[in-house]
Design a protein around this ligand. Sequence first.
Ligand SMILES: Cc1cc2nc3c(=O)[nH]c(=O)nc-3n(C[C@H](O)[C@H](O)[C@H](O)COP(=O)(O)OP(=O)(O)OC[C@H]3O[C@@H](n4cnc5c(N)ncnc54)[C@H](O)[C@@H]3O)c2cc1C
Length: 332
Amino acid sequence: MYPLQTLHTFGLHACAQEIEYIHSLAQAKKMLNNLAGRSYYILGEGSNTVFLEDFTGSVLKVAIKGIALQEHPEHYELHVGAGENWHELVEWCLDRDINGFENLALIPGTVGAAPIQNIGAYGVEIEQFIQSVEYLCLLTGELKSLSREECQFGYRDSIFKQQLAGKFIIGMVKFRLAKRWQANAEYAELKALDNPSAKQIFAKVVEVRQAKLPDPKKVGNAGSFFKNPIIPIVLYQNLLQRFTSLPSYPVDKQHVKVPAAWLIDKLGFKGKYIGGIHCHASQPLVLTNNGSGTGEDLLSLAKQIKQAVKHEFSIELENEVQLVSNSGLVNV
Ligand SMILES: Cc1cc2nc3c(=O)[nH]c(=O)nc-3n(C[C@H](O)[C@H](O)[C@H](O)COP(=O)(O)OP(=O)(O)OC[C@H]3O[C@@H](n4cnc5c(N)ncnc54)[C@H](O)[C@@H]3O)c2cc1C
């Protein structure tokens, strides 16, 4: 058995039967026959994955590297291997005065995982830079490519979490970044910046994130445990009568998004422990592992939160994190 503790940022003690590193989609294609009938889990840097217990299958860790840059009159095109680290790519671009990714600084994980949940922060989502995503179809063994439109991006969502779930390995992502850059500094703490450069936005995002979020290198966590729920406006208006300060962000004419952290905080979970699992004291959307936590503790705290939110607000929380049990994915 192979230990997984250092291969996922939540850091629970768990093992896999086997770990294989994927260095190219051609290599992955050759492995397909061996995988038939076996359970496997495709892993980037494990920052959105929690192995709740030993996994009776193979972990396929994507380690496809390489960054190629093409300059065009009006834009840059980047071809990036799925195993590259996202934050290092953001820095690599800013060092070359290629701007656009700065709001997404310090999001852990790989480039290949980023389109799957359409990573986002500080008013920006990765979808706006994606030109196409190249992947190996695990059903047919074909190499395929999807344009941005075909990826069907949504809030922390894409075709890779829907129709294609479990049927692909992403090998490369193509990005397009316009040379004419405009700051996106309307969100939260960025508003205080006066006519900022991309590097100033980057520095501010890093500063705020380091102050607010636990560093997974020091305290096991997987970022936001639940998604911010999108609810009907009618429900929101009903809730406002009881909770006058409930914040919301517009989604469309019928829906708004409400911060899951606010709901969890309101119910008094901040700082609560079950075994070695903790609801973070300054960001209650983040659950952390003090080193002795178990998958059982985590599920039990997450279930308590989910049930309480349902009971008090009639809102169904969905986990943002991928929870892996001994045989595959589970929900809270
Ligand atoms: C402290 C912290 C802060 C965070 N902040 C944010 C944030 O602000 N915004 C945000 O959107 N997210 C955030 N996250 C979540 C996380 O960073 C992202 O989801 C990231 O994209 C996960 O990358 P990964 O390589 O670690 O993915 P993993 O956890 O390894 O995998 C995630 C999913 O993608 C699949 N997968 C991974 N790579 C591939 C591939 N090449 N081909 C096919 N499937 C693949 C896995 O099977 C799994 O289903 C945060 C996480 C942490 C720990």
